[in-house]
Design a protein around this ligand. Structure first.
Ligand SMILES: [Zn+2]
Ligand SMILES: [Zn+2]
Length: 206
């Protein structure tokens, strides 16, 4: 047989090929070509619907949509920090109670010691009054001793329990926009249409 006419390349089809279908890149018969054209056309309507939905999405977009999540994250962070502060406070409060308990004896000792110091001064002053001949130096000495007792008392009170708090919380959380890291690239789509309408935007988050 000298049949040179090309056959439809679709599986199971023996009809003569009438054209080349660019959707499947095969030589096809008229019936299959029509079927393929219909199939391609059938994709247009859903595509148009999808485009409309995307248009609605873009038009309906408001800043509140973009800030909802970060706002919630910020609130969550705040709640977490409050909880953390409460936990630390509770822990340190207990540490303080323990320290107070540990230093109770020392407190009593210091109090006793300071009382002894002041009683000694009191006795000295009583003696000076009784003797009735206190010198300037003796009075100065009593004054100095009194200052010493007060200094010792002050030091003891200041150092009994000390709080060293550091507040450097400003950098614990940062709010920023990464838009400056977003590269907007104009890329041509593969659809064969006039350039102006086929340009799409691609965003790459770096
Ligand atoms: Zn085809
Ligand atoms: Zn066919």
């Amino acid at each position: 047989m000298s049949e040179v006419k090309q056959r439809c390349q679709l599986e199971g089809c023996t009809r003569a090929a009438s054209t080349r279908c660019y959707c499947c890149n095969k030589s096809v018969c008229t019936r299959h070509f029509t079927e393929h054209i219909e199939a391609v056309r059938a994709q247009i309507d859903p595509l148009a619907d999808e485009i409309n939905r995307t248009v609605e999405k873009i038009q309906g977009l408001i800043i509140d949509h973009l800030t909802k999540t970060p706002r919630a994250q910020l609130d969550q962070w705040k709640a977490g920090m409050h909880q953390l502060v409460d936990d630390i406070y509770f822990e340190k409060s207990q540490e303080m109670d323990t320290l107070i308990e540990q230093n109770k004896e020392e407190f009593a000792d210091h109090k006793k010691h300071h009382l002894e110091m002041i009683m000694k001064i009191q006795d000295d002053v009583k003696q000076l009054v009784e003797d009735g001949d206190a010198t300037f130096e003796q009075v100065q000495l009593v004054k100095a001793q009194l200052i010493n007792v007060e200094k010792a008392m002050g030091l003891f009170q200041e150092n009994f329990i000390c709080i060293n708090a550091q507040i450097s919380g400003r950098d614990l959380l940062k709010v920023r926009s990464n838009l400056n890291k977003l590269q907007v690239i104009r890329a041509k789509s593969s659809v064969q249409k006039p350039a102006s309408s086929s340009e799409i935007f691609l965003c790459f988050c770096l």
